[in-house]
Write a protein that binds this ligand. Structure first.
Ligand code: AMP
Length: 188
């Protein structure tokens, strides 16, 4: 099962993805986690991407596409994985579609997690307190929300047109949201 999780920063993607990978035994491919680890480990990739993450901007498409392609070629992703935070632009989505086509693989579904704006801001502030992520400052939070609106939200229509989009209401407790996600995944 190849899944994409779409949704703005703060909608609860990270929390829900963790539960999904546990329950369905899928490798969790989070581009944000991969890049944070690269920065932490001071690799070449880390130094290339650090300023983008610090400023809440998107890393250039080609860099991210290469990182994901390399990860998807690994053995554990042969039968499926959960993509978290990728794709984030139409160009990335097109590159992913081409990759799947070349590998004779098929996207199983795209889950779009939604929540209203006030709730998203509240969750981001809460996460900033808890996790101490350097890109959770008020300035970068608002930059990342804007980047999502402009560059990532067009993916909703992209996947709608390909009949793979499933909307999931992300309001409520993590348990309530996870039950809704399970309801969708069990039908796929
Ligand atoms: P996330 O943990 O998914 O919120 O990602 C944190 C940051 O990593 C983003 O604000 C971007 O700077 C970068 N990033 C993660 N995934 C991507 C992607 N698919 N394309 C471009 N930049 C990304």
């Amino acid at each position: 099962m190849f899944l994409i999780f779409l949704g703005p920063p703060g909608v609860g993607k990270g929390t829900q993805c963790k539960r999904v990978v546990e329950m369905y035994g899928l490798p969790h491919v989070s581009t944000g986690d991969i890049m944070r680890a690269a920065i932490q480990d001071q690799t070449a990739l880390g130094s290339q991407v650090k300023s983008y993450l610090d400023n809440g901007q998107l890393v250039p498409d080609q860099l991210v596409v290469d990182v994901v392609a390399e990860r998807l070629r690994q053995e554990d992703c042969a039968e499926g994985c959960l993509l978290d935070g990728f794709p984030r632009t139409i160009a990335q989505a097109e590159a992913l579609a081409l990759f799947f086509q070349q590998q004779n693989k098929q996207l199983t579904g795209t889950l779009q997690l939604t929540a209203d704006k006030d709730e998203i801001k509240r969750r981001l502030v809460e996460r900033a307190d808890k996790e101490n992520r350097p890109d959770d400052t008020p300035e970068t939070i608002s930059e990342r929300l804007q980047v999502y609106e402009q560059q990532t939200s067009p993916l909703v229509e992209f996947y709608e047109q390909r009949n793979t989009l499933h909307r999931v209401d992300g309001m409520g407790t993590p348990d309530e949201v996870f039950d809704r996600i399970r309801g969708v995944l069990d039908l796929l």
